[in-house]
Structure formats: C-alpha cells, structure tokens
Design a protein around this ligand. Structure first.
Ligand code: COA
Length: 246
C-alpha cells in the first residue's frame, strides 16, 4: 500500500493520506506522490473533481517534522513547494473530507479547497510560530481574507487548536457532520459536483479566484523563502527535539 492512495470513481479522484501509524504526517516522498497525482489529474479529462481525505480519526499531522529537520526543502523546486504550487492554481474543484487532527498544512491546504466537510472530531491547528516557523501555503494572506484578521491572528500567532464548530462559524469549512457521516457526505458532494457541466464549474472556480491568484502565488514564494530560513533556526531544532523526545 502506498502512503498516498488514489482511486478514480465516476469522475472523482480520491486522494488519501495513508500513513496512520504516524498520524499521516507528510514526508518528502508523499509530497512527490501528491504533486504527481495533481499534475496527472489536471490533464486527465476523466477526472472532474479531486476529493482529498485522511482516515476516520486523522486527516494529517502536517509536515513530518523529523523529515523536515533531516531533509529540509532547499528551493521552490523541492517536492513540498511543487505540491503547493500545483494545488494553488489547480483548475478543477477540490473537496476535502476532514476528521481528527488537521495540523499545519492539514489546515492551510483547506484554504485551497473549494468545499470542505468535517466530522465533529476534527481538530485544526496552525502551530508554525510555536515551532519557530512562519505561515506557509499563502495562509498569511488567505486566512485573514477568509476568516478576518482577528480570527487569523488568534490562530496563526498563538497556534491554538480549534474545533470543527469554531472552524465552521469562522468560515474555514462548509459543514460539520457526525463522525460516522463526514466521509460519505463529502463523497456525495464531490460526486454531485462531478455530474455538473464541467466547463461551467471550472470557469466559475477560476472567476472566483482570479482576482487574488497572482498575489497568492507571490506570497507563497515569499513565505517559502522565509519558511526555509526558519527551518535552519535553533528555535525549530529545539521544537522538533522536544516533540520527538516526548
Ligand atoms: N511529524 C513526524 N512524526 C509525527 C508527526 C509529525 N508531524 N505527528 C505525529 N507523529 C508521530 C509521532 O512521533 C508518533 O510516532 P511514534 O509512535 O513512533 O512515537 C506517532 O506519529 C503518533 O503520534 P502521537 O503524538 O503519539 O499521537 P497523538 O494522537 O497523541 O497526537 C497529534 C496526535 C497530531 C496531535 C500529535 O502527534 C502532534 O501534535 N503532532 C505534531 C503536529 C505538528 O506540529 N505538525 C507540524 C506542523 S508544521
């Protein structure tokens, strides 16, 4: 079994994090596989919607901290940054099904999804500052735009964990379902989207995003350079050592 599972069913490409023993923490190889899945989905006319998910009790614990310490991404061409770029301007709709921890990129990824459905057990967190890092995936720009400056500061500057109801009332996610239902509900929404006129769906997505797309890509570059610098900081090393030696 791969750590990134994909299956295509009726126009919906399901992309699933599959590393449950490490809470679906994402390694360099997983970023390569994710980027490849999105690059192929972009040009495959049989794929109309991408549905991204983890497991029933865990979406993803974010970047694999050990991997990041040992193999830090060196430039914009590294697998993680290639994945971010591929998703940020992906032309087809992306639906997310989230439950359990959605940490770091597990939350910032949602800012690039078109519909997000969670279970009641979802827990979101943006612990970049706590780790000595800075926001990524254009979250320093897109999060205030989405949820307002006050909420974005609370989440990005304190790194507090927040639940599904807080995420919904702030406008980060579309709907909260019971834990047993969140995946089937998200799949249902993805299948419905896949049956709509494809061109109209893609044009509508583009129209909604085009006014801030170039700024999003520019901010992602700026954040990326700062993020890479902070990965080499003592603050980050100390935070990872503390996490790994718990
Ligand atoms: N990177 C690397 N390994 C991770 C990881 C991460 N981001 N998140 C979890 N793991 C590993 C743990 O080290 C542990 O490995 P072990 O069994 O070999 O000791 C295993 O996954 C299970 O994690 P554990 O912490 O025991 O599970 P939990 O249910 O108590 O807590 C989390 C789950 C997600 C809340 C917690 O693991 C966590 O906070 N992880 C770090 C999140 C983070 O800071 N991500 C980076 C954002 S940039």
């Amino acid at each position: 079994m791969s750590e990134i599972e994909t299956r295509l069913d009726n126009g919906v490409l399901e992309v699933q994090f599959n590393r449950p023993e490490k809470k679906n923490a994402i390694t360099e190889q997983m970023y390569k596989d994710l980027a490849q899945a999105f690059v192929s989905a972009r040009v495959n006319d049989d794929i109309r919607v991408v549905l991204i998910s983890g497991h029933k009790s865990c979406f993803t614990a974010g970047n694999d901290l050990k991997d990041f310490l040992e193999n830090p991404p060196e430039d914009d061409d590294s697998p993680v940054f290639r994945f971010l770029q591929t998703v940020a301007d992906f032309p087809k709709p992306i639906v997310a099904a989230v439950n359990g921890p959605a940490i770091g990129i597990g939350t910032t990824l949602l800012l690039h999804c078109d519909l997000v459905f969670s279970g009641e057990g979802a827990k979101f967190q943006l612990p970049f500052v706590n780790l000595g890092l800075v926001p990524e995936f254009a979250s320093s720009y897109l999060l205030p735009l989405r949820v307002g400056h006050a909420k974005a500061s609370e989440w990005l500057l304190t790194g507090k964990m927040f639940d599904a109801h807080e995420a919904k009332s702030a406008g980060l996610i579309n709907e909260v379902y019971k834990d047993e239902q969140f995946f089937s509900a998200a799949l249902h929404h993805a299948q419905k989207l896949a049956q709509l006129p494809n061109e109209s769906v893609m044009i509508s997505k583009r129209l909604m995003k085009q006014t801030y797309m170039s700024h999003t890509l520019q901010i992602m570059d700026e954040e990326g350079a700062l993020f890479r610098r902070r990965l080499a900081s003592d603050d980050f090393k100390k935070a990872v050592d503390a996490f790994l030696s718990r």
